[in-house]
Design a protein around this ligand. Structure first.
Ligand SMILES: Nc1ncnc2c1ncn2[C@@H]1O[C@H](COP(=O)(O)OP(=O)(O)OP(=O)(O)O)[C@@H](O)[C@H]1O
Length: 595
């Protein structure tokens, strides 16, 4: 809790330091509004005192002629004036807060998004999209709610608490003690309820998390559920989770819900004490002291409300603060993640001149398990290398090392004898084009999607790239051609078409080194052939690494590297490997049977 508090304080200090001036005025107006608020009851009491003095004088036939309402009017006017000033101060304060909170949360959101762009591929490989997205949604929402409703409120309440105590002792120490008499009871009851409420709110949040997880899983698996006729079981599972949420909610709401009525009850009890002591003063002494006693009752009834308000407000804001602190912790979890390391004065890479080498490369995604065990590959400029091997043999992992998504554990990846770790990252990535198995399209037009890596490309260049990628004819069949929006429901692209678009995108950037993860497994034979021709076009004359699942696509490769369990077991061209009659030959024969 203490750590969380420290962490949150640092976090808010960091994001609020930009708003020093606004915060200074918020503080000034908070103090001003609070001072006016605690001072107002004094004038309210004074007007009652003056009114009772007037009444007592007026009702006595001996003094009736001296009775005057002038002092009463004056006190009432001052009370009215104070109320008006309170309204103005609170209004300005509210306005300043309404500017600061959204701006600060905006900064957090931008900072978080920018951080994501600097992070390593490792993080994205190991975390689910939904998990990352929730930092932008529920965590930032919780922080915003707390800033908007709790952070400044707490500041106001603390100032109010101190101010009202000071003012009460100033007016009447005896009545002040009477007002504060029930404080220990209120604090103990408040803490007990808060602890219980927190316990059940935590359980409720955990149950809601389980329910969301279940819904997510079921929606993702909807096709499997429908295919297997499991709709009824799916609903039953849902009802079970939903019921657990309900039970937890009843308990948490019951505890959170009793807080306010109990606090109000204790507040009323306190009023009775104040009236009792005040009445004692009002029923003794001369006219003036009796009138003052009556005024004090009115003043302290108001003080009592102001005194209890911070205690009950802070307890009811506690949950909101807790959720915000959890949010801060989860945001910091991302802010503290490793970033990609770009060497200072890194070697600028302007294209492969001689060769690319993997030299005795060892690598594991974690320390416990090595995946690549001493791999050596040497590729001359302009050559095409195909990586083949059973699933999980390490093909994608080698691609990840070439583009420096991950760093080798030992050994080296060398471009013209320069270690990729010594190269300028941007220069490296600018020269490496990757076509992934899963092609991603972004919101925007077909043209935007092709020019993604080269936004200043001319129309002719775009059309030329699309033609080389065998997707131009299809684009021309669309109503709006290159201006077709890809997110439009009427223009849903197939897996094969997406891959062709992504090949066109790569062709446009004219990369020096190409990495292709073949995705022909999910497409029909016509599209497969189109992809094959597009790939041939993009590979022509370039140094390229191709992960091949279908061997007939790599028969022309200069070198075929056969991997098994992270080791190279065979290496050579198609003919040489067939002649070896080993693992590759076996694999090839098996595939030919199916093709
Ligand atoms: N992000 C990761 N974290 C930990 N282990 C991983 C990660 N990615 C892959 N692996 C492991 O590394 C090994 C090699 O995986 P890799 O994806 O390189 O195989 P592949 O040959 O490309 O397989 P496929 O043909 O199925 O795509 C596998 O055992 C896999 O479980």
């Amino acid at each position: 809790m203490k750590n969380n508090l420290n962490e949150s304080a640092k976090f808010f200090a960091h994001y609020l330091k930009r708003f020093k001036v606004a915060l200074f005025f918020i503080l000034v107006f908070t103090i001003l509004a609070t001072w006016l608020q605690v001072k107002a009851p004094v004038y309210m009491g004074r007007s009652i005192t003056e009114l009772s003095k007037y009444l007592m004088t007026y009702l006595n036939p001996m003094t009736k002629s001296q009775a005057s309402l002038a002092d009463f009017h004056q006190a009432l006017l001052l009370f009215g004036l104070f109320t008006l000033m309170i309204l103005v101060a609170l209004f300005i304060n509210g306005l300043l807060q309404a500017i600061v909170a959204p701006k600060a949360v905006n900064d957090m959101r931008t900072g978080l998004f920018a951080k994501l762009q600097r992070m390593t591929v490792r993080y994205f490989d190991n975390h689910q999209d939904g998990e990352i997205l929730s930092r932008f949604t529920s965590d930032l929402d919780n922080i915003f709610n707390a800033m908007n409703n709790a952070l400044f409120q707490i500041l106001q309440q603390v100032v109010m608490f101190i101010g009202v105590i000071w003012m009460m002792f100033n007016e009447s120490p005896k009545m002040a003690v009477a007002t504060m008499a029930t404080t220990p009871l209120v604090v103990i009851v408040g803490i007990v309820i808060m602890i219980q409420a927190k316990k059940y709110v935590d359980i409720q949040q955990a149950e809601v998390g389980h329910l969301n997880g279940y819904i997510n899983e079921q929606i993702n698996g909807e096709k499997v559920i429908i295919t297997n006729g499991l709709q009824k079981d799916s609903i039953e599972g849902f009802v079970e989770h939903n019921e657990k949420v309900r039970q937890a909610m009843v308990r948490s709401q019951a505890w959170s819900g009793v807080l306010n009525p109990i606090m109000q009850g204790l507040g009323l009890f306190n009023l009775a004490i104040i009236i009792f002591f005040g009445a004692k003063l009002a029923l003794t002494g001369d006219v003036a002291s009796r009138a003052t006693g009556l005024g004090l009752i009115v003043t302290f009834v108001s003080f009592s409300q102001q005194y209890f308000q911070p205690i009950s407000q802070i307890t009811s804001l506690y949950n909101m603060m807790q959720q915000a602190m959890t949010g801060v912790h989860r945001l910091n979890d991302i802010f503290n993640q490793d970033e990609e390391v770009n060497p200072k004065n890194g070697v600028q890479f302007a294209g492969v001149q001689h060769d690319i080498k993997l030299q005795d490369v060892h690598f594991g995604y974690n320390e416990e398990r090595e995946i690549i065990h001493g791999v050596d590959i040497d590729v001359a400029k302009g050559e095409m290398v195909a990586l083949v091997g059973p699933t999980g043999s390490g093909k994608t992992t080698i691609m990840n090392l070439l583009n420096r998504f991950y760093d080798v554990t030992s050994g080296a990846v060398l471009f013209d004898d320069v270690d990729v770790r010594d190269m300028d990252l941007t220069a490296l990535r600018d020269n490496v084009g990757i076509v992934l198995q899963e092609s991603v399209l972004f919101t925007g037009s077909v043209r935007d999607n092709i020019t993604f890596g080269k936004t200043d490309a001319t129309d002719d260049e775009v059309i030329d790239a699309a033609k080389q990628a065998n997707i131009h004819d299809f684009i021309m069949t669309l109503e709006h051609g290159y201006d077709t929006e890809v997110s439009d429901e009427n223009s849903v692209f197939s897996t094969g078409q997406k891959q062709l678009l992504s090949i066109a995108r790569t062709i446009l950037t004219q990369p020096d080194l190409l990495i292709l993860d073949e995705a022909t497994s999910n497409v029909d034979t016509v599209t497969e052939e189109k992809i094959q021709r597009a790939m041939d076009n993009v590979i022509a004359g370039r140094t390229s690494f191709v992960i091949a699942h279908r061997l007939k696509t790599i028969l022309n490769a200069d070198k075929i590297v056969v991997l098994k369990n992270g080791r190279i077991i065979e290496q050579g061209n198609h003919e040489a490997l067939l002649a070896q009659n080993g693992f590759y030959a076996e694999l090839y024969k098996n595939q030919m049977v199916f093709d």
